[in-house]
Design a protein around this ligand. Sequence first.
Ligand SMILES: Cc1cc2nc3c(=O)[nH]c(=O)nc-3n(C[C@H](O)[C@H](O)[C@H](O)COP(=O)(O)O)c2cc1C
Length: 362
Amino acid sequence: MDTSKLLNLREFEPLAREQLSQMIFEYYASGANDDVTLSANQSAYQRILLRPHMMTGNAQRSMKTTVIGQPMNIPILIAPMAYMKMAHPDGEYAMARAALSHSISMIVSTTATVALEDVAAAVPNAANWFQLYLYKDRAAARALVERAESCGYKAIVLTVDRPVLGRREADIRNNFALPSNMEIKNFPAEANREGVSAYHAPIFEDNLRWSDVSWLKSITRLPVLVKGVLRGDDARLAIERGADGIIVSNHGGRQLDGALATIDALPDVVQAVDGVVDVLIDGGIRRGTDVLKALARGAKAVLLGRSLLWGLALNGETGVGHVLDLITQELDLAMALCGCHSIADITPDLLADEKKIFQNSV
Ligand SMILES: Cc1cc2nc3c(=O)[nH]c(=O)nc-3n(C[C@H](O)[C@H](O)[C@H](O)COP(=O)(O)O)c2cc1C
C-alpha cells in the first residue's frame, strides 16, 4: 500500500490492522494484561510541555550526535523486534535496508526471522547492533555473540526484562504461533529442528543476574548495552558489571503491566548514571517532540518500535523509510521551533515541569 499520504506515525497502525491477520496484528500491537504500561508510555509524553527559546537564528540545524562513542547522523535507532517476516516477506532485510538508507542503526533481534549474517550481508556498510536474549546454554550464547562480532555488528544489547514472558492475553486467545514457513534463524539448529518456538522458549535464561553482564563483557570485545532498566540503582549495578550503555525500556509494555512509563523512569536513571555511560530510551515515542523531550531529560538517543512494524507491514522497505522520514522531519521541526541548532542545545530547561513554571512565575 502507498503510505505517502500518511501524515504521522499514529496513522499507520489502523491501516496495518486492516492488512494483517488478527493473530499477527495483535502479537505486534498488544501489551501485557490491561495494557496499562503500553498506554502510559505514550500518554506520559503528553503531560510534558515545552518552554521553547525564540530568536536563536537556527535556520541551519544538525541532528548529528555520538552514542557510546559511535557517530550517528540522527539520535534514533530501530528497536530490536522479533519475527519481522510476519509483517512483510522481506522482513528484517527490508527493515535493515531502510535503516541504512536513512543512516539509522538497527538493533537486530535474537528472534529475527532472517539470520544475523544474512542481515549483515544485505547491508554491508551498516553500523548495526545485535540484541541478545541470553541462552541458558552459555556455550550456545557465546557462539551467537561470536557470530555477531565476526560479521560486523557494532554492539551487543543484552535484554534483561524478560526472565519470563509477560502475559499477553491476546496471544493466548489467538493461540499465537510463528507461521510454519518461518524460523528463528539465530537459534541453534537443533532448537528449530525440535520445533522450539521462541514464544515459550525454554532455551532462554530465566535466572538472570548482574554477573551475566560481567560474563558477557568477558567474552566479547564489543560494547555491551543493558536494555530493560527502569531504576537508577539497577543502572549503577549494570555499570559496576561493565555495561557501556543503559537502555531505559519496559519492552513496550509487553512484560510487567503496571511498570512506570519509560519517560518517567528516565530522570532517576540519568541521575544515577551521572554521565558515566550513555542512556537511551524506548517506548511510546510517536512524535518528533517525544524524541526532543526524551533528549531533554537526558537520553542520548531513542529507539523506535511498533511504528516501524506498521510501516513494514504496509509497504516494506518504503513504508519503513516513510516512518523514518516523518519522525526525522518532526524532530527537525521541533528543534526549529524550540530554538535548537544542534542536539547539544536540547537541554532540560526546555521542559516546563511544574517546579520550573513555579520558579519562573515568582
Ligand atoms: C512485536 C514486538 C517484538 C519485540 N521483540 C523484541 C525482541 O526480540 N527483543 C527485545 O529486546 N525487545 C523486543 N521488543 C521490545 C522493543 O525492543 C521496544 O522495547 C518497544 O517495542 C518500544 O516501544 P514502542 O513499540 O512503543 O516504540 C519487541 C516489541 C514488539 C512490539
